[in-house]
Design a protein. Structure first.
Length: 313
């Protein structure tokens, strides 16, 4: 049985990441000729081209794109196995790449990162905050926190807790437009939308009644925080998580409405690449985040007007 050419697969992954033979060669400490020969060797073994080559550009072929993901997984698992062996008798050390939604990351994750680094001075964390869904494997993340429904994938997922969300509006808006009688009545109001939520808003009410409405209004944004000034200005109604609107509810600047209409809770999930092999520093951060984020928004947060829509950031 012929063994896989693991060196060629690792070199292929480096070239795919850098989109350059020269860049890959500089990073892994090999000559450009050696890198080029390894990729050609792999192409000959597979019987297909992995890159489109021109004088100015190098791009993965249609066949090469999925194989690049496989190559990255091979490299990641090999590194994890080596690091796990080295870490067994030592304190956690090295770098961890962590992705989280922007607003939640600022309010909840960044303080925990500071605490974790104080406890583990040998660890460095590269924290990436964005409401866009990152490619965990392709972009080399060790851990990603994600809020909302999860698409089926090969990633390992762990639900840490639930996010409390409120339907809110300013008192001035409600005085001018009136209080919605039920969830169906929201369709007649100005609704401010979080861009990463697609489709209708769905509610479950008294007696198991279900309502689905298509939101429409004057503002859509890819950040929940960006909707708050419009809410405070009395421009409409929006469902937003407690970690964004909690202080405004407490101050009375925003009012939670429709407490009897509640859909299923939105989950906070921790995602990792599919391999069960992880360095000690990654395992330590996973355990720390899981322990501290099991109740991410705090049960003391006002629950009136809860609405849970997927993918709040």
């Amino acid at each position: 049985m012929r063994l896989p050419d693991l060196e060629a697969w690792a070199i292929f992954a480096a070239v795919a990441d850098h989109q350059s033979f020269s860049g890959a060669a500089d990073t892994i400490g090999l000559s450009k000729a050696t890198v080029s020969k390894a990729v050609s060797r792999l192409e000959q073994h597979l019987g297909q081209s992995l890159f489109h080559r021109t004088s100015r550009r190098l791009a993965l072929t249609e066949a090469g794109r999925p194989l690049a993901d496989h190559a990255r997984r091979m490299v990641a698992e090999a590194r994890a196995a080596e690091e796990a062996a080295r870490d067994a008798a030592s304190a956690p050390q090295g770098s961890v790449r962590l992705a989280a939604p922007m607003s939640f990351g600022v309010t909840h994750v960044a303080p925990l990162v500071a605490e974790f680094l104080t406890r583990h001075p040998g660890v460095a964390i590269d924290l990436h905050l964005s409401d866009a869904r990152v490619d965990i494997i392709g972009e080399g993340f060790d851990i990603a926190l994600r809020i909302g429904d999860l698409a089926d994938s090969s990633l390992r997922a762990r639900r840490l807790g639930d996010i409390v969300t409120h339907i809110v509006a300013a008192p001035a808006y409600l005085a001018a437009a009136g209080m919605p009688a039920d969830a169906a009545a929201l369709a007649g109001h100005r609704l401010l939308r979080y861009a990463n939520i697609t489709g209708n808003w769905r509610f479950r009410g008294p007696g198991g009644a279900e309502v689905s409405i298509r939101p429409d209004g004057p503002l859509m944004a890819n950040s929940g925080d960006a909707l708050v000034p419009a809410l405070l200005a009395g421009l409409g109604i929006a469902p937003l998580p407690g970690f964004i609107v909690g202080p405004h509810i407490a101050s009375g600047a925003l009012v939670p409405i429709l407490p009897e209409w509640t859909p299923a809770a939105v989950g906070l999930h921790l995602l990792t690449p599919p391999s069960p092999l992880r360095p000690q520093r990654v395992e330590a951060l996973i355990a720390f985040l899981a322990a501290r984020l099991h109740d991410p928004c705090g049960r003391a947060v006002l629950r009136a007007g809860d609405l849970s829509s997927p993918d709040h950031g």
